[in-house]
Write a protein that binds this ligand. Structure first.
Ligand SMILES: Nc1nc2c(ncn2[C@@H]2O[C@@H]3COP(=O)(O)O[C@H]4[C@@H](O)[C@H](n5cnc6c(=O)[nH]c(N)nc65)O[C@@H]4COP(=O)(O)O[C@H]3[C@H]2O)c(=O)[nH]1
Length: 710
């Protein structure tokens, strides 16, 4: 390339002056200096080849060529050594510099004799003749490859980090200690709802008060960062630019200066709102009842444990209240589950609004609720609260089907008075609630020592009853039933006796209801049937005149057992003819489920078994049903017979029952006959059969045979 033909006039022409006496010494000194310089000193022509007229010893280290190779372009010219892509730029920069101030600086690449590319820095000055015409260029060229590469690496690293900063999904920040942003990346701006980092930095001037929903989080954050040096997973609620509240998690560290003072904080921010919402949903599902939003069993348990701990620590009382809606099943079954659900929601709300914030209202399922009332001073305070609740629940509830009056029964157990553990308190509150139900509903009962004694006794009874069959503690007594006119035995009622120990037998009124409740009546009833049939067959086999044996059958036996099949089986096993067995069912039980009983009684009748309605007069028989029941006998309840001599009403009832029975073609038996007077009345009113102490008390089989069958 040809040099541009220009007249380059320097602003300042360098001059060297030295005294002639020291000229030799100075020249030597200069040579030494030049020879030891890190780089190459040169003088070249302003031509297309940059023809070198002088090069210092450094030429070899710089270019890999000897001076003799380069001087006057012997082997290679400096233009050739210059990296081809940089040649034009070098020339331009040199001339620009020379034109402006007579010297230039530039950086470019050369091709080393080994073929390696090296970065060099060159500073040169133009040498001019007296007319200001550029004669030559003199200067220094140094290898700057190492510096160049490291600054390039630095730039590359900077570029990479900048990319990371710019493109990170997490927000990245640097803030001052007094809460202003120094840097923010686009992700942070996005998380906080700003259009750009610049907007965020400009608008968010006070992190403490503008960002955190709870400004004190900023102090907590700074305290942690200062004391530990860093903070991780620091979760807070913050405002976005729009005012929307989100959850963030911050990881950050304090940046200290050499004096150990915090100069700024830097860190990352993650938007964890989704995760928080999900967690909250999961927590809600795990701890709250979906229908009513009240605490569920698991949360109740936690709160109860907590309540006990706190009551123990502060010496206060904690009331555990079991609440059960009265006759909820009636509404739920009668009006449908949808209405039942609405009712539960409404009652849950009434309960919730009757207690304070610190108290707990939980739903255990169905219509069972539990309240935990903290810090009560004693039973009186609890009683006042429960009075209010009874009142609140009893308010009419309006549903599309009309207004309902719902009531509830509640049982209370107090910590520490009635129990120290969650289980005991819940159990005792439940037992007290049952007591409230027994007492006629719509009331509350406190757990008491007497209740505890009753319950303990009942539990013991249950346990013994469960073992009574296998221990063969049951026996049957028989009471005769006689014909009014002939006074001859027409039947015998089998009555169960339980001998827990050698003492007197436990009366059936004490254990039959328990056996019914816990389902034991089914196996016990089967045993009675079998024993009574076997006994009757044995008497017949012994040649005694045949008669009917009556067995009491509980409704639970009908519901839980296939009774007709059981009876058929027992008759087959014992060989007793069906007509010598009579089943006694109480009037109230049959009428309660009349439709269901019609079919079942029909089957029994088909089997040939006789049927008696026991305790007649105490229930409310529907005449239309009575007509359809295939019943053989009505047994007038003992309570009416007792007073027929002096109670006019009872006498009328007995007369009416006898007339009713006869009208329906049934036999009527009077129970509990004890006096001649009663017999006279019953005879006068045409009663068919009699049973009672007057004729004989219930006796064990053998004694019965001796006393009545001869
Ligand atoms: N004061 C008085 N009482 C009299 C007189 N005559 C009979 N009694 C009693 O009246 C009860 C008659 O039985 P129930 O009404 O079926 O009433 C029975 C019956 O409902 C039930 N029960 C007895 N045995 C069984 C059984 O094997 N299965 C079932 N499910 N219940 C039974 O227990 C109830 C009570 O039975 P018990 O205590 O044996 O009482 C018997 C009998 O001893 C009398 O002149 N005066």
């Amino acid at each position: 390339m040809q040099p541009t033909a220009t007249s380059l006039v320097p602003h300042e022409t360098p001059t060297v002056s030295y005294d002639t006496a020291g000229s030799t010494e100075t020249a030597r000194m200069l040579r030494t200096l030049i020879g030891n310089l890190d780089g190459m000193v040169y003088r070249c022509r302003d031509d297309a080849e940059w023809t070198m007229e002088f090069v210092s010893e450094g030429v070899r280290r710089l270019t890999g060529y000897d001076a003799s190779d380069l001087l006057f372009n012997k082997r290679v010219s400096y233009e050739q050594i210059t990296y081809p892509d940089d040649r034009e730029r070098v020339r331009t920069e040199m001339y620009t510099g020379l034109r402006a101030q007579g010297r230039f600086d530039c950086e470019y690449r050369i091709v080393h004799a080994t073929g390696e590319i090296r970065w060099v820095w060159e500073r040169g000055t133009g040498i001019y003749d007296i007319h200001g015409k550029l004669q030559a260029i003199e200067g220094l060229i140094q290898d700057i490859t190492v510096r160049k590469e490291s600054s390039q690496a630095l730039r590359e690293a900077e570029r990479r980090y900048y990319n990371l900063f710019e493109n990170a999904i997490e927000g990245i920040f640097r803030t001052t200690t007094d809460g202003q942003y120094l840097d923010a990346n686009p992700a942070l701006a996005r998380i906080y709802g700003f259009d750009s980092p610049a907007e965020l930095i400009a608008q968010l001037k006070d992190i403490r008060n503008q960002l955190y929903v709870e400004p004190s989080r900023r102090e907590e954050f700074m305290a942690l960062a200062k004391s530990r040096g860093s903070v991780s997973g620091f979760e807070s609620q913050v405002y976005r630019k729009s005012g929307e509240v989100i959850w963030i998690s911050e990881n950050a560290r304090a940046v200290f200066n050499e004096g150990g003072h915090v100069v700024c904080y830097e860190g990352t921010v993650e938007d964890i709102t989704e995760r928080k919402l999900y967690q909250a949903r999961i927590e809600q599902q795990a701890n709250f009842d979906t229908l009513t939003g009240l605490a569920n069993r698991s949360l109740l348990h936690d709160r109860l444990q907590q309540g006990i701990r706190s009551a123990a620590a502060y010496g206060t009382r904690l009331a555990v209240v079991f609440v059960d809606l009265d006759r909820f099943k009636f509404i739920n079954d009668g009006l449908g589950h949808h209405v039942g659900d609405e009712l539960l929601r409404a009652m849950a709300e009434r309960l919730r609004s009757s207690v304070r914030d610190g108290d707990t209202v939980a739903r255990l399922g169905g219509d069972e609720f539990v309240l935990l009332i903290n810090g009560q001073r004693g039973p009186d305070a609890v009683a006042l609260l429960l009075e209010r609740m009874l009142h609140a629940i009893a308010q009419p509830w309006a549903s599309p089907q009309g207004d309902f009056n719902v009531t509830c029964s509640m049982g209370v157990a107090l910590y520490p008075d009635d129990g120290a553990s969650a289980e005991t308190l819940l159990k005792h509150a439940d037992q007290a609630m049952y007591r409230a139900k027994e007492k006629g509903r719509n009331n509350f009962q406190f757990f008491t020592a007497e209740l505890n004694a009753l319950i303990t006794e009942r539990v013991e009874l249950e346990n013994k009853l469960r073992r009574a069959l296998e221990r063969q503690q049951f026996s049957l007594h028989y009471q005769p039933r006689v014909d009014m006119r002939t006074r001859r035995i027409t039947g015998a009622e089998a009555l169960i006796r339980w001998h827990i120990s050698d003492e007197e037998a436990t009366p059936p009124s004490r254990f039959i209801p328990v056996a019914e409740e816990i389902g034991l009546i089914v196996p016990i009833g089967k045993w009675v049937l079998r024993a009574a049939c076997a006994q009757n067959k044995a008497w017949q086999d012994a040649g005694l005149p045949p008669f009917v044996v009556s067995v009491n059958v509980s409704v639970r036996q009908f519901r839980q057992d296939n009774l007709v099949q059981t009876i058929a089986e027992v008759l087959r096993e014992t060989g007793l003819e069906a007509r010598y067995l009579e089943v006694e069912l109480t009037e109230s039980a049959v009428m309660h489920d009349a439709d269901q009983f019609i079919a079942m009684l029909g089957e029994l009748n088909d089997l040939g078994v006789q049927i008696a309605l026991d305790d007649f007069g105490t229930g409310y028989s529907s005449l239309s049903y009575l007509k359809r029941f295939p019943v053989d006998r009505l047994k007038v309840d003992r309570s009416f017979v007792q007073d027929i001599g002096h109670d006019h009403d009872d006498a009328t009832i007995v007369r009416t029952i006898i007339a009713l029975g006869h009208n329906l073609g049934l036999k009527v038996v009077a129970e509990g006959v004890e006096t001649e007077q009663q017999i006279d009345f019953l005879r006068a009113n045409d009663c068919d059969e009699l049973q009672g102490y007057y004729f004989g008390r219930p006796l064990p089989g053998e004694e019965f045979r001796r006393a009545f069958l001869g």
